[in-house]
Ligand binder design. Sequence first.
Ligand code: NAD
Length: 290
Amino acid sequence: MDTTETINIIDGKARALEVREALKIEVDKLKAEDKITPGLAVVLVGEDPASAVYVRNKSKACEKAGIESFKHTLSAETAEDELLALIDELNKDSRIDGILVQLPLPGHIDEDKVIEAITPEKDVDGFHPFNVGKLMTGKPVFESCTPLGIMDLIASTGIELKGKDAVVIGRSNIVGKPMAMMLLAEHATVTIVHSRTQNLPEKVRGADVIVAAVGIANFVKGDWVKEGAVVIDVGINRLDDGTLTGDVDFAEVSQKASAITPVPGGVGPMTIAMLLKNTVKSAKRRIAKK
Ligand code: NAD
């Protein structure tokens, strides 16, 4: 039997395109009416090939949306002070609405120090403790892009989160924790499970919504998933043959889920779209302050 027709795949690529097209219209309006071009500074330290690809994709996406991108590529040997001085300059630069420092940074640089050096007003990644605190207290300004994009994808399925059971697998600062806060803000009952959780599959089994952000290929199995659950796969894992796969065993889980994101083409494209959205939001805040 061909079951592909019954699988409800959440098309993150198509949704991201819609978001980006809507942003382009907003950017054109900002340029025409407010004489402002939103600007995003992207800082890359070192030669990590994956980071270089991410930075290139972010710059390209900016250009397509009409956002000006200011790319700063620094050598892997750059001293922490030098990077902090650049951030200070970018904080003061009135052409720049968002500052993104691509992580991970080389080992000799303190990532927390760098994140905290970015003014919260331009922290479009939503990583600064100020913005993390605002999310935690239910008054978000800039929210972490990956979970923000996931909330959009969950909304696109039509599921009402109020009162539903959501399980987030993974507790990182950039995905798991902010994801849990965003689901909570929509009145879901949220459980976070992680590397030290006992009987993890048991805790996933009752969930109406599952978000997997673990970094282990095909971690979530079909028999962990309740019939009709919405399943979001954040993982990006490269297999030995070079193919990309998520944290969810797609073949098994797609038989149970009412909606599921693929990898690639699910969460990934939404992360960039939300970065652009946050940058445009920051530009609008700049106008409002004038
Ligand atoms: P991370 O390594 O910071 O965190 C992984 C989390 O998984 C940890 O909190 C840990 O407790 C949990 N974990 C690890 N092993 C586990 C186990 N055996 N059982 C249960 N939990 C376990 O990773 P991250 O930054 O949150 O990213 C997770 C995955 O999502 C990675 O594959 C990453 O590449 C991907 N990612 C994708 C995007 C995107 O835009 N699509 C963005 C960020 C991260």
